[in-house]
Design a binder for this molecule. Sequence first.
Ligand code: SPV
Ligand code: MG
Length: 307
Amino acid sequence: MEKKTTKLKRMLASPSLEFLMEAHNGLSAKIVEEAGFAGIWGSGLSISSALGVRDSNEASWTQVVEVVEFMSDATGIPILLDADTGYGNFNNVRRLVRKLEKLDVAGICIEDKLFPKSNSLLEGAPHPLVDPAEFVGKIKAAKDTQQDPDFCVVARTEALIAGRGLGEALYRASLYHDAGADGILVHSKASLPDQVLDFASEWKRPCPIIIVPTAYCTTPTSCFEEAGVAMVIWANHIMRAALRAMQEAAARIYREQSVAFVEEQIAPLKEVFRLQNMAELQRAEHTYMPPAGTCDDTLVQRLGVPS
Ligand code: SPV
Ligand code: MG
């Protein structure tokens, strides 16, 4: 069985456009895998939303790691964790990489903003950037810490999000590549793809480009492929799909004081049990548990436990 890290590394190196789909808990990770995606984006925004907090580092790094552990346990495809700024300085990044490797997470993406960060697509939020030299140190620290040579460290520049322009985005990305980044995520909040397409046409280095087409969502995927983009991240869409479905179901059940109508519209319980792989547990119970009614109850009698 190929390691998850190797799978992600191969996706980054693949000549065809690859896709990561967001997940935010064990169930959504499993759904992403079953849909056919080859990899998962452990989205900071979606994980925060699912936890009921803001994407402003309100969830601690250990809380994020706990979520990603469930995601990793539930799936066989690689997870690229959105690790925001790395939750501190180079030393926090080192500790994070050590923990994630133990959990079989395939890679991290760290961004060149300041802690605590704001979501890149949040209107009106300032997006102060970290000194590139400090960020280079974080990338080097991550690369020096990883034990598995295929663990991926993606460096994300927020230069375009911060309004610093293409020149600074390219400059920062070059520094991050020199520091050992396995890929460059260039993010843009423009509604047209021009910024990332310009970046891709100017980027001459043998280092894969990753994009997040949330704001420029109507651009046909073929444009990205032609521009030489290596990987597309669908960053928050199943969280948003679930959110809408939950709002609608909750509102209607509240209104009607009944769940009668809803049965046809929601997943049957059988589907919940299938995704949880209850069949495997039932087989295991058959193998490992004594048949009902054959328990030796002499211990109970000796302890004098009243029946
Ligand atoms: C995320 O999914 O948390 C991301 C992408 O970082 S964005 O929300 O567009 O910043
Ligand atoms: Mg994020």
